[in-house]
Design a binder for this molecule. Structure first.
Ligand code: AMP
Length: 192
């Protein structure tokens, strides 16, 4: 099975946690742009220093840089994949369409993990990452609403969007996601 899946949802929805489990369970590549950017910061490269300043403010890194990262990884990869944290705005969504067409790797489903805002703030503040202070968390949620959430319509219009309730234990959410992906494999409709 070569599943090709976008995992969408606000910061704190559990995308990273769920993608790690799914990648193992279904033999998929987990491509998290946030993790790749943090690895760049940890390596203390010149690029990493520039990226760190952007991450610490809660802003988005440039489309150009993130696209280069994704393009390189997908081009080298022939199995199924999960994209986590990408695309983040309409430019990235349009470029991803072009990239996947070029690579002959059409998207199968965009899973939208749904979690209410108050729960997101509580989760993010409890996580303790360096970009998880209250002001930065609120900014990241605001950028999500303004720039990222609108791309759901792009996938919905193409019948690719599937919503999954992200509340509950990690295992409960993982079971819901697995059921949704199994439905897609059986060719059952995508719904939100
Ligand atoms: P995440 O781990 O997905 O929450 O991402 C952490 C931070 O990395 C974000 O707040 C952005 O600064 C940056 N980032 C991750 N993915 C992207 C992307 N697709 N485009 C721009 N910036 C990104």
């Amino acid at each position: 099975m070569r599943e090709r899946v976008l995992v969408l949802g606000p910061p704190g929805a559990g995308k990273g946690t769920q993608c790690k489990l799914l990648a193992v369970a279904r033999g998929l590549l987990h491509l998290s742009t946030g993790d790749l950017l943090r690895a760049e910061v940890a390596a203390e490269t010149t690029l990493g220093q520039q990226v760190k300043a952007v991450l610490d403010r809660g802003d988005l890194v440039s489309d150009h840089l993130v696209l280069a990262i994704v393009r390189n990884r997908l081009a080298l990869h022939r199995k199924g994949w999960l994209l986590d944290g990408f695309p983040r705005n309409s430019t990235q969504a349009a470029t991803l369409d072009d990239l996947l067409a070029d690579l002959g790797q059409p998207l199968q489903v965009a899973l939208q993990l749904q979690v209410p805002q108050e729960e997101l703030v509580a989760r993010l503040l409890g996580r303790g990452r360096s970009d998880d202070s209250e002001a930065v968390v609120r900014k990241r949620l605001q950028i999500y609403v303004q720039q990222t959430e609108p791309i759901n319509a792009h996938y919905q219009a193409r019948g690719l969007l599937k919503c999954v309730d992200g509340l509950g234990s990690v295992q409960e959410v993982a079971t819901r996601i697995a059921n949704s992906l199994d439905e897609c494999q059986r060719g059952e409709g995508t719904i939100c």
